[in-house]
Write a protein that binds this ligand. Structure first.
Ligand code: GDD
Ligand code: MG
Length: 347
């Protein structure tokens, strides 16, 4: 699992929380990926390849026994890029390796990908998924038999020739790793994959048309919450009741507060009389939403206070923020942990 990036596009949220553990409904993101890996009994060990704030991640997952997996950590002394990280973490491996970008959420059937990889006796198999605009991803062209013909990372608008992109999930044969130079930054997308094509290796595609998202920008991070709330992506806690208002039994919603689903209100949160939590909102643990405050289409991590008559719309707030009385936030505001907005401020 490549989980060493700095998560720059999610700053300031990722200043104290590395991207692999940003919360999705207050659950560290990597849990969702580990759930997928757990469905494949053949996966006997998970290696988390880390660089940025590794301790924070290790503290959460430990040896993996709680998650029902065997987890090991490999921390790069400095970022080695996506291929350098694979070589560094995979040095001692002799069996096929599943490589996963640490920021994608999907329900792809990994066992079926492995099966294709074996049937085709491939050196590498990558999962592709169609998207509307490939410019933020790695564009991948294939032939009619699913052989990869071209890999173009972050194509310009006039370079787009198809809609299939690299979904960030690969199966690789470790005997290819010695082509990655040791100890220097190397990109799997820009160097390793093109080199497989140049050498005419068996490099095949598994096209997946189901749910897939990269959570690495505030827009996509927000989108994944909406997709789970609406049931487009089936995941806890909305798996059995998409569209509902999920309110923890340990939250306190006062009489006269208005809650409109789909939304999520976590343990210890308090929503005071006259306050409103509107659709597509997430109110994290121990947040206080005071009288006549409004939360609408926004995600609040834990322990923030939104004071009386303040409104928070279309925004994301890190932990321990304080929004003063009658302040208002709208239109894509992203606040880092411990932000303070004085009374009547507008952002
Ligand atoms: N260990 C380690 N070391 N991990 C790294 C490093 C590194 O130096 N650099 C990046 N990563 C991890 C990130 O944490 C992330 O989980 C993953 O590698 C991919 O990096 P991103 O920075 O998120 O890349 P991207 O989203 O722009 O593009 C990649 O993902 C797309 C799909 O989401 C590429 O693989 C694209 O081709 C692909 O389409
Ligand atoms: Mg990404």
């Amino acid at each position: 699992m490549l989980a060493g990036g700095k998560g720059t596009r999610l700053r300031p949220l990722t200043i104290h929380t590395p991207k692999p553990i940003v919360p999705i409904f207050e659950r560290p993101f990597l849990h969702y990926q580990l759930d997928l890996l757990k469905q494949v009994p053949e996966i006997d060990e998970v290696i988390l390849s880390l660089n940025y704030q590794p301790r924070r991640i290790e503290e959460i997952f430990g040896d993996g026994s709680e998650a029902g997996l065997n987890i090991r950590y490999v921390v790069e002394p400095e970022p080695l890029g996506t291929a350098g990280a694979v070589r560094y973490a995979g040095e001692s491996l002799h069996e096929s390796v599943v490589v996963f970008n640490g920021d994608v959420l999907t329900n792809v059937d990994l066992a079926a990908v492995l099966k294709l990889h074996r049937e085709r006796k491939a050196k590498a198999t990558i999962v592709l998924t169609p998207v509307e605009n490939p410019t933020a991803y790695g564009l991948v062209e294939t032939d009619a038999d699913g052989n990869i013909q071209r890999f173009l990372e972050k194509p310009k608008a006039d370079e787009i020739t198809c809609d299939t992109i690299n979904a960030g999930i690969y199966i690789l044969e470790p005997d290819t790793f010695d082509r990655i130079p040791k100890g220097e930054p190397w990109s799997i997308e820009r160097s390793f994959f093109p080199s497989l094509i140049e050498r005419n290796e068996t490099f095949v595609a598994y096209v997946y048309r189901g749910y897939w998202i990269d959570i690495g920008t505030p827009e996509k991070y927000t989108q994944v919450h909406r997709d789970i709330m609406d049931g487009r992506c089936v995941a806890a806690p909305f798996a059995s009741a998409p569209g509902s208002a999920w309110i923890s039994p340990n939250a306190r919603v006062e009489d006269g507060a208005v809650i409109e689903g789909p939304c999520y209100i976590d343990d210890g949160a308090v929503v005071k009389a006259g306050a409103k939590v509107g659709p597509y909102s997430v109110v994290g643990r121990q947040c206080h939403i005071e009288e006549h405050a409004v939360i609408d289409r926004s995600i609040l991590w834990s322990s923030s206070r939104v004071s009386q008559e303040a409104t928070v719309r279309n925004s994301i707030m890190g932990r321990h923020c304080h929004i003063g009385r009658s302040a208002s936030l709208d239109n894509g505001v992203v606040l880092g942990d411990k932000s303070v907005l004085t009374d009547f401020s507008r952002l």
